[in-house]
Design a protein around this ligand. Structure first.
Ligand code: SAH
Length: 536
């Protein structure tokens, strides 16, 4: 087997797959993790860059609003980076050698004496139909499947994706009389030329009633599919407003979509949902919503950093003075757990430091963080994930006055827990383990989607994210949120939402992520069908 080690001075031409980041190969991902430089283009999922967080990310894609590099400049960039000793991953949408000009890049590297390797990827003509419920071969319908570029050199042509003009350079090498006889065709880069493509096929004898489909942004949450016949497809695609990037598939297999449409029939497919969160939190909510088909736009609102003042933690964990009262450590968020884990590690301590103490937490996610990161089973996890309930639970146990409570939490936190425990006679120490601050701005993709009225839901999982999100949106936040449904995780978050003159559409029954997702699901999506069928 080829080694998965990327050597300095080498370029790996890696297929990123068609859009769904999960469709990159294992080797592609391993090489990405080692890269110093990632040169990527428009169709490679930007989510994959997370696997190379410290590498230099160079976008060389061609999109209308950005200056783009010519192919020669891209080749030169790869050579330059490799020659300066970088481990270079050239991440290309789909497969690097299928209409991706990867062949030209490899030739240039070879000529410059740069070692390279190629990691194939799942190409769009297979993946996009698959996600639209169309198998590209089937024993009953076709025993061949042909990949064709709709972007021919026949005449001066403006690429719809790149808006660059390709001058006429010789005749087409497509022999339509042959192609029209084949049972299953996939066209890349052909949305704008669909009228010409379908006309040529009919002219050369293909049955105008042949089933045909165009799949835009295949395998992504933005996937849209237009099903028609060879005769009606061009018009139907135009009416549906489908543009690049899209694959057109022509053949009887298209009919199988009627029974095999699995991806677009997931319950939240077609719904764009904003998940507000802190920058560092791994978002369980996003994962769950995506699994149900939603298009999730993450909106980090706060950044979390450890409190630089370690004196209180040192006093608790590193002092030789032993506690007089039995201790209860209280974690109110997974961030608190994470920073305590990091603190213990950096002081060469471990879970044994907490041995003999009681551990109480707010919320299932916090409880899980205690299990995962501290290897401790929390003693107290109240049913409802709010400070009041934790206070009640602790007080009901009847030993508050005999315990020393240590709260390990954010610098700014609601005082209720401290107050209630003190009122009940407890000794309480409130330690700010981490600080939070507002991010400079919301992601551009999110602001664009709001402006285009494409957002269906915003989910809020805490009061502070409500406040932060709204302050990041600015003064005319209400205008920006017109028509957007709001999902709130619980009563306190709801209060905060109302204080801004907004009303949640759903409030989750229990204050946890599973219940929040359930309430969005139950509300019903009310979405329009994603399949466009022309009138006969
Ligand atoms: N190397 C790529 C193809 C690059 S050419 C591959 O193997 O898939 C660019 C064309 O690929 C687009 O114009 C479109 O026709 C197709 N394409 C790429 N990603 C796509 C996607 N997610 N959905 C539909 N078509 C896609």
């Amino acid at each position: 087997m080829l080694s998965d080690i990327l050597k300095p001075g080498t370029v790996a031409l890696v297929g990123a797959g068609p859009g769904d980041p999960g469709l990159i190969t294992l080797r592609g991902m391993r090489l990405l993790e080692q890269a110093d430089t990632v040169v990527y283009d428009y169709l490679a999922s930007p989510k994959l860059l997370r696997y190379a967080p410290t590498a230099q990310h160079l976008f060389v894609g061609k999109i209308a609003s950005r200056h783009s590099l010519t192919q020669d400049q891209i080749n030169a960039l790869l050579i330059e980076k490799a020659q300066s000793g970088h481990k270079v991953v050239r991440l290309k949408g789909g497969d690097p050698f299928v209409f991706g000009r990867g062949g030209e890049e490899a030739e240039a590297l070879r000529q410059a004496g740069i070692p390279f390797l190629v990691v194939p990827g799942i190409t769009a003509a297979i993946a996009a139909p698959a996600y639209a419920g169309i198998p590209v071969t089937h024993r009953d319908f076709n025993s061949s499947f042909t990949l064709i570029t709709g972007h021919e050199k026949e005449q001066a042509y403006q690429d719809p994706e790149t808006l660059t003009r390709t001058p006429a350079t010789g005749a087409s090498d497509l022999d339509w009389s042959v192609i029209a006889k084949l049972p299953c065709l996939a066209f890349y880069m052909g949305v704008k030329s669909l009228p010409r493509i379908t006309e040529k096929l009919i002219q050369h004898g293909m049955d105008p009633q042949t089933p045909a489909a165009t799949v835009q942004w295949g395998t992504t949450p933005r996937q849209r599919t237009c099903v028609a016949t060879l005769q009606t497809l061009a018009k139907a695609v135009q009416q549906a407003g489908i543009g690049a990037p899209a694959i057109t598939i022509i053949g009887k297999v298209v009919n199988l979509r009627q029974t095999l449409n699995w991806f677009e029939s997931r319950p939240l497919f077609g719904q764009t949902i904003v998940v507000t969160r802190t920058r560092d939190q791994a978002s369980e909510l996003s994962v769950r919503l995506e699994a149900l088909g939603a298009h999730v736009l993450e909106a980090p609102t706060i950044e979390v950093t450890p409190n630089p003042d370690l004196t209180p933690l040192n006093r608790i964990f590193c002092s030789s003075v032993s506690a007089t009262l039995p201790r209860t450590f209280i974690f109110t968020s997974s961030n608190g757990v994470r920073f305590i884990r990091d603190y213990l590690r950096s002081n060469r301590l471990d879970a044994r430091t907490l041995a003999g103490s009681q551990i109480a937490v707010i919320g299932q996610a916090t409880a899980q963080a205690v299990r995962d990161w501290l290897c401790i089973e929390p003693d107290i996890v109240p049913e409802r994930a709010v400070a009041e309930t934790l206070a009640e639970t602790l007080i009901e146990r009847g030993d508050v006055a005999q315990r020393h409570f240590v709260l390990l939490r954010a610098e700014i936190a609601r005082p209720v827990l401290v107050e209630r425990l003190r009122q009940a006679g407890g000794t309480v120490e409130d330690i700010p383990v981490y600080q939070t601050r507002l991010v400079p701005q919301l992601p551009a993709e999110l602001l664009d989607a709001l402006a285009a009225r494409q957002v269906h839901w915003i989910s809020f999982t805490s009061s502070s994210t409500v406040q932060n999100f709204i302050s990041l949106l600015g003064n005319n936040y209400q205008e920006k949120l017109v028509g957007v449904r709001i999902a709130s995780i619980g009563p306190i978050t709801t209060q905060t939402i109302r204080s801004f003159g907004l009303e949640p559409t759903v409030v989750s029954e229990k204050a946890d992520v599973v219940s929040l997702v359930q309430s969005i699901l139950e509300y019903g999506t009310g979405r329009a069908s994603t399949t466009t069928r022309p009138n006969p």
